[in-house]
Design a protein around this ligand. Structure first.
Ligand code: ADP
Length: 491
C-alpha cells in the first residue's frame, strides 16, 4: 500500500519569562512558563494541521542555577550592547522533559536577590537587560525563532527592541511577537531610569498615552503583533476604564490583535485520584470517599465533626484583589444556617489580622491559618465543600480550576477567568459552581446561602461535583489555542 507522507510545517517559538517551574516559581507565571511551552511542544502534528511547534524557553539565571548546573550541556558566550557598555553574558542550555531551555547569566542579573525585589530600579535593570539579552542570544544560536513570545512587563520590551532593529534594517525584523498579559496593573512602573541607563529609547508611539510611553508593558503592547490576556472575559474587561489601567483606549484600538486564552492546570499534579497528600483518594466513581477527607480536616482543625455542615474555604493571597474583606463581611452576615470556614493565606498584614479577628469572633466556625502551605491546600481542596473566590478582578485564576478538579464547588465573582471557567448554577445540569456580580459581602453571603440550599439536595450536589471534576482544564486546550494564534502569524 502506498504510504502517504504528510509534511509537517515547523514553527519556531522562543518563550521568554522571568520565572519558570522547576527552576524558580514565585507565582502563577512560574507555572505557565513551564507548562505551556511543554504542552505546545508535545502537541501531535495531526491535531494542529500538520504543524510542529519547536518551542524553547529562555529565563534569567537567578540564584537557583546551582541546583541545576549539572544538567547544563552547552555555553554560549556573547556581549550585549547597552548604554552601560558591552555586557559579557552567558547562555547555558539545558532540557527538562524534552523542553529546551536557555538560562541567561550576567552581572546585570544579580544572583543574591530574590526574583522580585521591592526596588523598581533593580528589577527594571535586571529584567530589561534580560529582555535585551534574549534578543542578542538569538544571533548566536543555530536556531532562529519565527515568533518571540513574551510575558508581562518584565519581558514585554523585546518586541519593541525587535521593531527598533527592523527600523535599522536588521534581519531579526522578520520575527513576529506575542505578548501575554497575566496581570495588567503591573506595568513596570518605576523602571524609567533603568530603561535610560540601558540606552533603550522611550516609545514615540502617539497612540499610547504620554505617561505610558516610558513604561515597559505599554511599550511592549504597542510593538507586539498579537496580545493575549489570560481569559476571554479579562480580554474584554481590560478594554474598560475600570480594568484598563489607563490603557483601555489604546487596547480598544488594538482590539483586533487582542484575544483571551485561559491558562490550564497540570492535571497530573492536581489529581484527587492519585494525590499522595490526601487521606482518601477519589474520582467521580467513588466520590463518597471524599467525605473522609472532610472528616480529617474537621478533626485536625477541631471543628465540629459533622458531615452535613457545609465547609467553606479560601486559599490564596490576602490581598484587596482577592476580596478577602468581602469574605470577612459575608461570613458575618450568614445567619440561620450552619457553616464552617477555613481561611488559608498570607499577604497584607491588615487583612491577615482581620481574618484572625474573624476566627476569634466565630471560634466554633472559623479557622484562619496565616501561612503558605501547598500540602495543606491539597487537603482543603479534597475535603472542603465550597471554595470562596470573590475576587475584584481575576485575569485567569488557578484556585477555582483546582477546586473544581477536586469536587470543591467554587463560589466566585463573575469576573475574568472565573466567569470563563465556572458554569453558573443557572446553567442547570451543566453547572459547576456559583457566580455573583456585585462586589459586596452581602452578595457573597446571599450566594453562599443559595449554595447551601443546593448542598442540602445531595444527589443534585453530586451531579454538580461530577460536572466540575469532568471539566477539561488541561494545558492541552490552551496549547491548541496558542497554536492557532501562532499559525495566524505565519506566512
Ligand atoms: P494568584 O493571583 O495568586 O496567582 P491563582 O488562583 O491564579 O492566584 O493561583 C494561586 C495558586 O497559589 C493556587 O494554586 C493556590 O492553591 C496557591 N496558593 C495561594 N495561597 C496559598 C497558600 N497560602 N497556601 C498554599 N497554596 C496557596
Amino acid at each position: 500500500m502506498d504510504q502517504v507522507l504528510t509534511k509537517t510545517e515547523k514553527i519556531n517559538v522562543l518563550f521568554s519569562a522571568v520565572e519558570a517551574d522547576p527552576f524558580v516559581k514565585v507565582g502563577g507565571l512560574g507555572d505557565v512558563a513551564y507548562a505551556l511551552p511543554y504542552a505546545l511542544r508535545n502537541l501531535h502534528p495531526e491535531d494542529i494541521n500538520n504543524h510542529e511547534i519547536d518551542i524553547r524557553l529562555v529565563i534569567p539565571c537567578h540564584s537557583f542555577s546551582c541546583d541545576f548546573q549539572d544538567t547544563f550541556t552547552e555555553r554560549t558566550v556573547f556581549d550585549v550592547k547597552t548604554a552601560m557598555g558591552d555586557i559579557p553574558t552567558t547562555a547555558y542550555s539545558t532540557e527538562i522533559n524534552g523542553l529546551p531551555i536557555y538560562i541567561i547569566s550576567s552581572r546585570l542579573i544579580p544572583q543574591d536577590t530574590s526574583v522580585y525585589t521591592s526596588d523598581d530600579y533593580v528589577d527594571g535593570l535586571k529584567f530589561l537587560f534580560f529582555s535585551q539579552a534574549t534578543l542578542a542570544l538569538v544571533k548566536h544560536l543555530n536556531w532562529q525563532p519565527d515568533i518571540f513570545h513574551v510575558n508581562d512587563w518584565h519581558t514585554a520590551i523585546t518586541p519593541y527592541l525587535i521593531d527598533l532593529q527592523k527600523s535599522n534594517g536588521r534581519s531579526e525584523g522578520r520575527m513576529k511577537s506575542v505578548l501575554t498579559i497575566h496581570n495588567l496593573p503591573f506595568l513596570g512602573t518605576g523602571t524609567e531610569e533603568a530603561i535610560n541607563d540601558l540606552g533603550i529609547p522611550f516609545s514615540s508611539n502617539s497612540k499610547l498615552p504620554v505617561w505610558a510611553r516610558k513604561l515597559p508593558l505599554p511599550i511592549g503592547l504597542s510593538a507586539s503583533d498579537k496580545i493575549v490576556a489570560v481569559s476571554p472575559t479579562y480580554a474584554n474587561e481590560i478594554l474598560t476604564p475600570e480594568f484598563g489601567c489607563g490603557l483601555d483606549k489604546y487596547l480598544s484600538m488594538r482590539k483586533n490583535s487582542l484575544s483571551g486564552i485561559v491558562n490550564g492546570i497540570d492535571t497530573q499534579l492536581w489529581n484527587p485520584a492519585t494525590d499522595s497528600e490526601i487521606l482518601a483518594r477519589y474520582s467521580i466513581h467513588n466520590l463518597y470517599e471524599r467525605q473522609n477527607n472532610k472528616h480529617v480536616l474537621q478533626n485536625e482543625l477541631k471543628l465540629q465533626l459533622d458531615p452535613d455542615i457545609p465547609l467553606l474555604a479560601f486559599i490564596g493571597r490576602m490581598s484587596h484583589q482577592k476580596g478577602i474583606d468581602l469574605i470577612i463581611d459575608g461570613l458575618r452576615l450568614l445567619k440561620g444556617v450552619p457553616w464552617q470556614a477555613i481561611i488559608l493565606g498570607t499577604g497584607e498584614v491588615k487583612l491577615e489580622k482581620q481574618a484572625l479577628q474573624l476566627e476569634s469572633e466565630f471560634p466554633d466556625n472559623v479557622r484562619t491559618l496565616i501561612k503558605y502551605d501547598s500540602k495543606f491546600s491539597r487537603r482543603i481542596y479534597a475535603g472542603a465543600d465550597m471554595l470562596l473566590m470573590p475576587s475584584r478582578y481575576e485575569p485567569c485564576g488557578l484556585a477555582q480550576m483546582i477546586a473544581m478538579r477536586y469536587g470543591c464547588i467554587p463560589i466566585a465573582r463573575a469576573t475574568g477567568g472565573l466567569k470563563d471557567t465556572i458554569s453558573d448554577v443557572s446553567k442547570s445540569l451543566n453547572a459547576t459552581g456559583f457566580l455573583f456580580e456585585e462586589e459586596s459581602g452581602q452578595a457573597l453571603a446571599d450566594t453562599i446561602l443559595k449554595a447551601v440550599e443546593t448542598y442540602k439536595n445531595k444527589p443534585g450536589w453530586h451531579i454538580m461535583q461530577t460536572k466540575a471534576m469532568q471539566k477539561d482544564f488541561s494545558w492541552h486546550q490552551s496549547a491548541l489555542k496558542y497554536t492557532r494564534l501562532y499559525m495566524g502569524l505565519q506566512g
